[in-house]
Design a protein around this ligand. Structure first.
Ligand code: SAH
Length: 346
């Protein structure tokens, strides 16, 4: 039997304030609840010592307080940790913690599977099951915080796990608001990044709703190649995508776009590809993140050689493009970009 009670983590703080007010309680109890649940990560109302006992008992009785439970935690030799988490209906969701010096980034999922079927991505090969709820999105943060090593602190959250965030936009926006709220997770707006494969009509609404970073998975600078790699390009071609970014008043030098480019051998890794990329994004405030393709069983694509990757980066730098060449992380536990497929699922 499924639990019919509502999930407290589905509520925005404003919605919770309204519920408390309707029940004749002081609305600021909502902020107290948020600071226990999200700020301090204490999920048992019995421990919420600054709330009255009868309210604590009522909250514990009327609400569900957890949306995801632990299934498996895998740790990579490079410090990356992948959590496979289980929703109430049995759906499996993956999230990845990536420590990098002072910074620890959490990569979270927004859908079970993904409908976009990008040719090089393992999640795409799964197909689409359903959108995650707000509670399931933020509970990835709550669960994965439990996997932090002593002395580690979560500094950044990226919506780059399974799924296309802009196809689950209202819930992604509510989850981002909890990540940013000073009484909830209290992250700075530039510490949160939402990535899209290019659902063009939803980019403006996202940028206006929340002040986070935008990442765009580009991977090709001409439509013929991008149509194959990122099939949603047939609906929203490059001219539309780049035009929308060029015209978005929210973007600028202080809020640049992060262009993601998965380097694939023989497909988008030549110096001519780099020059075409530099030409197409000229005038858009942005940076390029290069990610050598992570190989996996569902794709025949391969990463280029390290020297081909450096040459590609060099071509961009010479044309004045700011570029970072990322090292793959967590590949030994299938936690790297494009490898999240909840494998081993029954
Ligand atoms: N759907 C959104 C969010 C997922 S982000 C988006 O596409 O932006 C996941 C990132 O990993 C995307 O930039 C994606 O293109 C990249 N990626 C997918 N498969 C990959 C692979 N096998 N190797 C390296 N990067 C990959």
């Amino acid at each position: 039997m499924s639990d019919p009670r509502p999930q407290l983590k589905d509520c925005s703080i404003e919605a919770l304030r309204a519920r408390f007010a309707e029940a004749g309680l002081p609305p600021w109890r909502a902020e107290q609840v948020a600071s226990w649940l999200y700020g301090r990560g204490v999920e048992d109302p019995a421990q919420w010592t600054d709330l009255p006992l009868d309210l604590r008992a009522r909250l514990a009785e009327e609400w569900r307080l957890r949306a995801l439970e632990w299934d498996v935690l895998d740790r990579s030799s490079d410090g990356t940790a992948k959590g496979r988490l289980r929703a109430a209906d049995g759906a499996l969701v993956e999230a990845v913690l990536i420590p990098e010096g002072e910074r620890t980034t959490l990569c979270i999922s927004t859908q079970v599977g993904c409908p976009l079927a990008c040719s090089f991505c393992a999640t795409g090969a799964l197909g689409f099951t359903r959108n995650l709820t707000v509670a399931e999105i933020v509970d990835q943060v709550c669960r994965m915080r439990e996997a932090l090593e002593p002395g580690q602190r979560l500094t950044n959250v990226v919506f780059m796990g399974m799924g296309e965030p802009l196809l689950n936009l209202p819930r992604v926006i509510e989850a981002v608001r909890l990540l940013l709220h000073p009484k909830a997770f209290a992250l700075g707006p530039r510490k949160v990044t939402v990535s899209t494969a290019g659902i063009v009509p939803r980019i403006g609404p996202l940028l206006r709703a929340v002040p986070v970073n935008l990442a765009v998975s580009l991977h090709a600078a001409d439509d013929a190649v991008r149509d194959v790699l990122v099939p949603i390009n047939r609906r929203f071609p490059l001219a539309d995508l780049l035009g929308a970014l060029r015209e978005a008043p929210e973007l600028g030098p202080r809020r640049p776009v992060f262009f993601e480019w998965t380097l694939i051998e023989g497909v988008n890794d030549s110096p001519a590809d780099a020059r075409a990329l530099a030409r197409r994004i000229a005038g858009i405030p942005g940076k390029v993140n290069l990610i050598p393709m992570n190989a996996h069983a569902d794709s025949a694509h391969r990463p280029p050689s390290p020297s081909a990757c450096s040459r590609f980066a060099g071509e961009l730098t010479r044309r004045g493009v700011t570029v970072t060449l990322r090292r793959p992380r967590g590949a030994d536990i299938d936690a790297a970009c494009g490898q999240l497929a909840a494998r081993g699922a029954a």
